[in-house]
Design a protein around this ligand. Structure first.
Ligand code: SAM
Length: 230
């Protein structure tokens, strides 16, 4: 982007963000005030690939390299709302990607831990989150289908890639009363967004939210690598 373009864009960014909140979030039923506030605060343009800043407030996923995407703003807000978060919650995200959703969650809860399997995405997300001052987000490189057991249990777990089944390690790492929001589907690119509540030590209740389309969750309790796009 050239200098003049940058100046023009800078002036309009607050406006664009506000339009995104109104047209894509409020108009489509997002009501959780903490989620709306967080979506107003986090600069999505800082999480998209260079040259794509102009598109940051359109309601679309965008490529972030490595065949992966930053999720569309509505989906980030919807998933955050579905987690029924409280300020003291400890949250685990699987699929850091750009780090955007983790940054949004970090404005709502106490601590966010996030796991990403692709090393360059981990590195970029860490740098970005540090630069922007999101000090309550911790990024781990690894297979998120195994969770992050050292810091379990979590009040909420969100998975931003499509799983073939509910990963058992994630169910085990939920606190009693905790919520897991995850896309689950019999094919790698089409899923049902599901919310699972741990209602007792060994008791879980699951409800379908709506059909979604995420990149596949690749790992020990996910799809095999051969299902990856590209
Ligand atoms: N939440 C991200 C954001 O805000 O930019 C979007 C995530 S993108 C739709 C899904 C991510 O899940 C990809 O970066 C992908 O590499 C990652 N992923 C897939 N399988 C994984 C696994 N087993 N463990 C951790 N990350 C995984």
């Amino acid at each position: 982007m050239g200098m003049r373009m940058k100046a023009f864009f800078g002036k309009n960014i607050a406006l664009r963000r506000e339009i995104m909140i109104n047209d894509h979030l409020l108009a489509r039923g997002i009501r959780d005030q903490a989620v709306l506030k967080a979506m107003r605060e986090v600069p999505r343009e800082a999480f998209v690939a260079a040259g794509m800043e102009e598109l940051a407030y359109e309601d679309h996923p965008l490529p972030i390299g490595e065949g992966q995407t930053i999720s569309q703003p509505y989906m980030v807000a919807y998933m955050a709302e579905s987690l029924e978060l409280s300020p003291a919650d400890r949250v685990l995200e699987i699929g850091t990607g750009s780090g955007y959703a983790a940054a949004v969650l970090s404005r709502i809860v106490d601590t966010v831990r996030t796991v990403e399997r692709i090393a360059v995405l981990v590195e970029n997300a860490r740098k970005r989150l540090e630069m922007l001052g999101y000090t309550n987000v911790h990024v781990l490189e690894g297979d998120g289908t195994l969770g992050w057991p050292e810091h379990a249990p979590y009040d909420a777990i969100v998975v931003t890639a499509g799983a073939p089944d509910l990963p058992r390690p994630l169910l085990m790492q939920l606190s009693v009363g905790g919520r897991l929001v995850i896309p689950v589907g019999a094919t790698p690119y089409l899923q049902m967004l599901v919310r699972v509540r741990r209602v007792g030590e060994g008791e879980y209740r699951s409800e379908d939210l709506f059909p979604v389309r995420f990149v596949p969750l690749i790992g020990a309790a996910g799809w095999r690598e051969s299902h990856e796009a590209g």
